[in-house]
Design a protein around this ligand. Sequence first.
Ligand code: NAP
Length: 252
Amino acid sequence: MTATPIAVVTGASSGIGAATARTLAAEGFRVVLTARRTDRIEALAAELNEAGHQATAYALDVTDRAAVDEFATAFRSLAVLVNNAGGALGADPVATGDPADWRQMYETNVIGTLNVTQALLPALTASGDGTIVILSSTAALSSYEGGGGYVAAKHGEHVLAETLRLEIVGTPVRVIEVAPGMVRTEEFATTRFRGDTEKAAKVYAGVDAPLTAEDVADTIGWAVTRPSHVNIDLLVVRPRAQASNTKVHRTL
Ligand SMILES: NC(=O)c1ccc[n+]([C@@H]2O[C@H](COP(=O)([O-])OP(=O)(O)OC[C@H]3O[C@@H](n4cnc5c(N)ncnc54)[C@H](OP(=O)(O)O)[C@@H]3O)[C@@H](O)[C@H]2O)c1
């Protein structure tokens, strides 16, 4: 009997991470849900287990290297790692943006992804067929006004994905970057605007059907279930109403 393949999802307590955990569980992976908010990942793990899937919750801050290394000791073999934990803080212009916000975004999106990827790469390689997903953004590919710190961090994550793919070619591990455009998730814009729900709502105002967390999870589920020799290097996914980071059709 072959063991159930394991998928680790970071930032599984909300939005795209939670939806991805659901999708991968339905695809037959034993999912390991990580995030800082234990109550949320435990509730999701319980829901998935009740539905007949296999799920475990593990509290983890991806910026805490010692904790990430400790977490990684649990895995001798790992099929999938989804680096999803991340997000934006603020929408200030470069002229007045807070360096602390820039630092935090770099720390979470880039160093967090680096920490978890480095720690779990041996187990992904040992599986003989590993997949690393890096959830960047269309902000990883082009800039927009007020996006500076987030755009810089996501460009950093994009470079991490591109460089890693070059460096590990020839090993049984593929690197898939998924770059979504506008996704209306529960918390992304509210976190960006520090709890100001009015400002957060304006991000999506008049936009006919922004992407949902489930749309992105569906994309990730598709990419990781391609045959092993197929590497989806970079997948850009936007809502139909968004032609670029700065060109969004709004019915206002
Ligand atoms: N929504 C969009 O429009 C959009 C578009 C493109 C890309 N993305 C990217 O997609 C990813 C998920 O975004 P989302 O929209 O689902 O946002 P979200 O609902 O705000 O979720 C962010 C997740 O990241 C986790 N997280 C944040 N800092 C963390 C840390 N230091 N350690 C561990 N977990 C941490 C949060 O969990 P805890 O707070 O519980 O730790 C949460 O589960 C992010 O990387 C984001 O940049 C989003």
